[in-house]
Design a protein around this ligand. Structure first.
Ligand SMILES: Nc1nc2c(ncn2[C@@H]2O[C@H](COP(=O)(O)OP(=O)(O)OP(=O)(O)O)[C@@H](O)[C@H]2O)c(=O)[nH]1
Length: 312
């Protein structure tokens, strides 16, 4: 019969434990101090895509993603030296690897037992794919603008600050384009709020296609947008802004049978080693943008106002 030692440690045999772990909905993996799997339930086989017999006697690393194996080995050793039982949810994000190489997000609970006279670690492994996807979706939702799919102002500021740190470390330039639609109020007045929304959504979608994977498109206000361009100097950012300006100018929008156009004014700035916070680059881009508005709109103005491309 299974018993408990004074220190609350379960003492049992494989024969007694197996029916119990077979009845659990989670995977159970029992490992000895040499990192060998000594016992698993059928659920483990299903979760990781192996026959149970293959897992029994295998190295624990069989189900640990390659990237984490070194660290995991150390953790197992540390656990056997100083076992601290771990409840579910104690580890932030952890994944196992299936036989086909795909990863399965898991949560793990570990405690120490004596099995067949040997001290082993018993891990209860729960597949948390659903929870992880939900978590990721909620995180993304809190960082993006529902209408355009662009990142929101909060994320823009976080990313910009991260880029500033990166720039100070590496010296690689990062530039920012801020833009605002021209006379957007007229568009809403003439074509309704829904007409205005069509413009915002289509322009965001066009820009998204133009961005490189590292670029970050953000909607930072109602009809105000910003693009973070890592590894891009001021000159290249101005050229990209001009391409966007021309592209938007050529776009045609439709509300029922009515067709119309929209234009934007863009301000471009780049990080300087003097920038103490990311607000400094935003301020320069904003000032350039407003200089563009004052100069007649539908244009690109760089922070040093050296490059200005007027509409034809
Ligand atoms: N359709 C739509 N309109 C919006 C949205 N957010 C803000 N707006 C409108 O955008 C307009 C912005 O107006 P203003 O700030 O006066 O600027 P503007 O008319 O674009 O003029 P300039 O910027 O000076 O060229 C306002 O009428 C807002 O109601 C939105 O999500 N959808």
């Amino acid at each position: 019969m299974p018993t408990k030692k004074n220190n609350n440690q379960l003492v049992t045999t494989s024969e007694h434990l197996l029916p119990f772990i077979e009845s659990l909905p989670d995977a159970v993996v029992i490992v000895n101090a040499d990192h060998k799997i000594v016992l698993v339930n059928s659920r483990t086989g299903e979760m990781f895509g192996y026959p149970v017999d293959v897992l029994k006697g295998a190295d624990l690393m069989t189900i640990i993603p390659e990237l984490h194996r070194g660290k995991h080995r150390q953790k197992v050793d540390a656990y056997f030296q100083k076992p601290v039982n771990r409840p579910m949810g104690a580890q932030k994000r952890f994944s196992g690897v299936r036989a086909d190489g795909t990863e399965v997000p898991v949560d793990i609970m570990i405690n120490r037992i004596t099995l067949d006279g040997v001290t082993v670690a018993m891990a209860l492994i729960r597949d948390v794919t659903y929870q992880r996807e939900l978590e990721d979706r909620l995180t993304l939702d809190s960082l993006t603008d529902e209408m355009t799919g662009f990142y929101n102002r909060k994320h823009f500021k976080t990313r910009l600050e991260a880029q500033r740190s990166g720039f100070l470390r590496s010296g690689l330039p990062t530039s920012v384009i801020m833009f605002d639609f021209d006379h957007f109020k007229h568009i809403n007045d003439q074509f309704g709020h829904a007409g205005g929304d069509i413009v915002l959504v289509n322009v965001a979608s066009m820009i998204q296609k133009e961005l490189r994977p590292l670029d970050v498109g953000c909607r930072i206000g109602g009809e105000e947008f910003a693009i973070i361009l890592p590894n891009t100097n001021l000159e290249s950012a101005v050229a990209f802004a001009e391409r966007i300006r021309q592209h938007i100018e050529r776009m045609e929008f439709r509300v029922e049978e009515r067709r119309f156009h929209a234009t934007v004014t863009l301000g471009v700035a780049t990080f300087s080693s003097m920038d103490r916070t990311s607000d400094a680059i935003m301020k320069r881009a904003d000032e350039a943008l407003y200089a563009g508005k004052a100069a007649g709109r539908n244009c690109v103005v760089s922070q040093d106002a050296l490059t200005r491309t007027e509409a034809d």
